[in-house]
Design a protein around this ligand. Structure first.
Ligand SMILES: *Cc1c(COP(=O)(O)O)cnc(C)c1O
Length: 425
């Protein structure tokens, strides 16, 4: 068998070694009828494939790289930490420093626990909410993704939505029976669930701006309404800020929307590209976690020195970044995109917030998963493939956010617009 590219050759080999040739499903690019690019290196807003091709990147490792690829301060911190040793299984100073940096930016996180991924953070936060309230049920929103923990794998977003998986074999029905589903931005549905399940709902977990069905911002009053319902029915409100934390603003969604949850989950950006997650919130609740309390949760590599160093360097650099300026750039870029599609007579709805945006190929508006699902998938596939051929790397799925970083330049936006101008549908 002869291959045109090194990426294809590697993928062929990978497919004999790993399910679908990948270690995370959406990377396989099945949703856009393509083979994945194998990436050799990244710098700033750009990545280079093993085939030697250069791309402007709008995936940015799916969110962690708000500073861009291989940011000098992060790379330096990693080098220094690596020289001292990769892991000790004992506390290190940067665990304290990173926890302080998080709490300084997000004062509602009075205490936190570091873990190794967003999945671990949400699983642990849910366990804690259940342990603390003594209740088992919880509410999640259709199209929101909270990692691959069993309880969350009902009507989830991200790769789950891309691959049209309704449920997952291997998750016992009894586990998801406690998972109550509501439509995003629909407070009446949440109220109804609370009324029908009095005294048995431990928590509502929500992406404060949904980023795994494409970007779907909260409508005015939605998050406030969730806060009020949780208070009324004695449930905890959990913001899954794995994407939005340190992205919607330095203080995350809480600073942006002014609604304070009881617990928060973080990931992606706080690891600066290394595997990190965290959950935290009110001291009284966090004190239920072992060894202070009975809710068990642990991790051999949690608080890992390399991950802490990368996270701390990232937050330190982000602290002096101009979020408003980046948002203004993304806004004018999205206006440019909208105009180009309009000129072509292609219906699009572009949802946008901070450095996130999604182009939905639909007449729109897109306020929930049902509306996101109305977007034209074939058109997205064609868009993805054409953009990739012209050197723009997009998420290989219509149900993801485009991620912009502080490293993206005016030239990057201009080049991307000129690629869109040349699209043929
Ligand atoms: C990515 C993501 C997760 C899962 O994080 P992993 O590090 O992939 O386990 C959880 N919640 C949200 C909102 C995410 O976007």
């Amino acid at each position: 068998m002869k291959f045109t590219t090194r990426s294809e050759q590697l993928f062929d080999e990978a497919c004999t070694l790993m399910p679908g040739g990948v270690n995370s499903p959406v990377r396989a690019c099945r949703g856009v009828a393509a083979y994945p690019l194998f990436i050799e290196k990244g710098k700033g807003s750009r990545i280079w494939s093993v085939d030697g091709d250069e791309y402007i990147d709008f995936v940015m490792s799916w969110g962690p790289l708000l500073l861009g690829h291989s940011h000098p301060a992060v790379t330096r911190a990693l080098h220094e930490a690596a020289e001292l040793g990769a892991s000790f299984g004992a506390p290190c100073e940067n665990e304290v420093n990173l926890a302080m940096a998080v709490r300084a930016a997000m004062p509602h996180i009075e205490m936190l626990r570091m873990v190794n991924s967003g999945t671990e953070a949400t699983m642990s936060a849910l366990r804690l909410a259940r342990g603390y309230t003594g209740r088992n049920k919880f509410i999640k929103f259709i199209g929101c993704y909270h990692g691959h923990g069993d309880a969350f794998l009902a009507a989830a977003g991200s790769g789950f939505a891309t691959l049209s998986i309704p449920g997952t074999p291997g998750v016992p029905p009894a586990v998801v029976e406690e998972t109550l589903l509501a439509q995003y931005n629909d407070l009446d549905m949440v109220r109804e669930l609370f009324e029908r399940n009095q005294e048995s709902i431990a928590a509502v977990i929500v992406e404060p701006a949904a980023g795994n069905m494409g970007l779907v911002p909260p409508e005015p009053g939605f998050l406030q309404g969730l806060r009020q319902l949780c208070d009324q029915f004695g449930a905890l409100l959990i913001f899954d800020e794995v994407i939005t934390g340190f992205r919607l603003s330095f203080g995350g969604a809480v600073a942006r929307f002014g609604v304070t949850p009881d617990l928060v989950t973080l990931g992606k950006i706080i690891g600066g590209g290394l595997p990190v997650g965290a959950y935290g919130g009110k001291r009284e609740i966090m004190e239920s976690v072992a060894p202070l309390g009975g809710v068990y949760q642990a991790g051999t590599l949690s608080g890992n020195p390399l991950a802490m160093a990368a996270g701390l360097a990232t937050l330190t650099a982000l602290k002096s970044c101009d979020y408003a300026a980046l948002e203004a750039k993304v806004e004018s870029f999205c206006c440019g995109l909208e105009n180009l599609f309009r000129e072509k007579g292609i219906a699009v709805q572009i949802n946008r917030m901070a450095s996130l945006f999604t182009i939905f190929f639909t007449e729109g508006p897109v306020r929930n998963f049902a509306e996101a699902g109305s977007a034209d998938r074939e058109r997205y596939t064609s868009y993805y493939q054409q953009m990739r051929r012209s050197g723009i790397n997009l998420a290989p799925s219509p149900f993801e956010c485009a991620m912009v970083s502080f490293a993206h330049t005016d030239e990057d936006f201009a080049e991307t617009l000129s690629s869109v101008e040349q699209l043929l549908f």
